[in-house]
Design a protein around this ligand. Structure first.
Ligand code: PLP
Length: 362
């Protein structure tokens, strides 16, 4: 095998080598059953067991107890932008959105097609360089839910604390930081995440929803769009993305082996610190986008003095075995996504490369 690259892709993103190797080992013959998982019915006992085990593992890692259901859905996190208001935005009420980056804005725009959606806080005028301040006065009682994006993948910012919502259900898009840090997950009525950043490969979206939130869910929408349908059928109402769920299963077992979320968080802090230190000590050669207090450990973003220099940085980084450092096409600059599966040594190597690049180009 060719040497593995230092993979800083934003998503789909790095998976642990041992997870890939185990999947390879089991690929043709799943658990000595004579056929592969890809060829099995989703009603097969082994698939059902794997599905349930994956749900239980996720709840356990997040320390979520009774009342929460784990759903595996298709359509990516983007489909949730529409499914959330379709299911949960009550008639005569409104949905509250805090805008902290472009994904949160997309979520808000989709909700407007469904009903009344209001922006209760936004940092758009600050070019998303910080997390908008939320307070309970902004949240009125006739509000069906409050939606936030806990980590802003494109911009590189994150909430450091969970906003208070006066008992209004809080919903978070955690696509790019789920399982990366400890949070009181039971403060959320619903959490969702496309798997392809911290949970596994593309193709499955995880929804963690509290049953209280389902009580008033809409019965006006088709069954296939209802969370309730997925809860009642353990996500086996129709054919789920079985192989993607299986990869997530392996990923969750890997996370347990690393010591769980607490251990991963410590590791992630160290990883991000390496790169931020280089940015902060570069005398402006590298310039972070985000206010220091709101920086993400998952997506580290910065600019350089010209687009030519940024391009040169990307080109040279590729030659040195780094993958995925160009910023999102919508904002440019550079971005290193250091999700759970990215090892510390990749961030160390990146930090060294950045120091050397500055020495040669300053
Ligand atoms: C990647 C991402 C999305 C989009 O996910 P898809 O699965 O491609 O729809 C939405 N929100 C956040 C925070 C993301 O990081």
């Amino acid at each position: 095998m060719a040497e593995r690259l230092f993979n800083f892709n934003a998503g789909p993103a790095a998976l642990p080598l041992e997870v890939l190797m185990q999947a390879q080992e089991e690929f043709v013959d799943y658990q000595n059953g004579g056929i592969s998982l890809l060829e099995m019915s989703h009603r097969h006992k082994r698939v059902e067991e794997m599905n349930q085990e994956t749900q239980a593992l996720l709840l356990e890692l997040m320390n979520l107890k009774k009342g929460y259901h784990v759903l595996f859905m298709g359509g990516g996190a983007s489909s949730q932008f529409a499914l959330i208001p379709l299911n949960l935005l009550q008639q005569q009420q409104f949905a509250a959105y805090a805008l902290s980056g472009s994904f949160s804005e997309k979520a808000y725009q989709e909700a407007k097609y469904v009903g009344e959606a209001r922006i209760i806080a936004s940092s758009k005028d600050q070019n998303w360089s910080q997390i908008p301040q939320l307070n309970t006065q902004m949240i009125e009682p006739d509000c069906s839910y409050v939606h936030i994006t806990s980590n802003n993948t494109i911009e590189g910012s994150r909430y450091n604390s969970i906003p208070q919502t006066n008992k209004i259900p809080l919903i978070a898009d955690m696509t790019s930081d789920i399982l990366s840090r400890k949070l009181d997950f039971d403060k959320f009525a619903m959490i969702y995440a496309g798997a392809q950043k911290n949970l596994g490969p593309a193709g499955v979206t995880t929804v963690i929803i509290h049953e209280d939130l389902l009580q008033n869910a809409s019965k006006q929408i088709p069954l296939i769009l209802r969370y309730e349908t997925f809860v009642k059928n353990q996500s086996l109402y129709n054919t789920p993305p079985v192989h993607a769920i299986y990869m997530m299963n392996l990923m969750l077992k890997w996370a347990v082996k690393q010591g769980g979320i607490g251990a991963l968080e410590q590791q992630n802090k160290q990883k991000a610190k390496r790169v931020y230190e280089v940015i902060d000590n570069s005398n402006g050669f590298y310039q972070g986008f985000i206010d220091l207090k709101d920086r993400s450990d998952m997506n580290i973003t910065w600019r350089m003095s010209s687009e030519e220099l940024e391009q040169q940085f990307v080109n040279e980084s590729l030659l040195h075995g780094f993958e995925g450092l160009a910023g999102h096409r919508s904002i440019g600059g550079l971005r290193a996504s250091a999700y759970n599966a990215v090892p510390l040594k990749a961030c160390q190597a990146l930090a060294e490369f950045m120091i050397e690049f500055q020495r040669q180009h300053e």
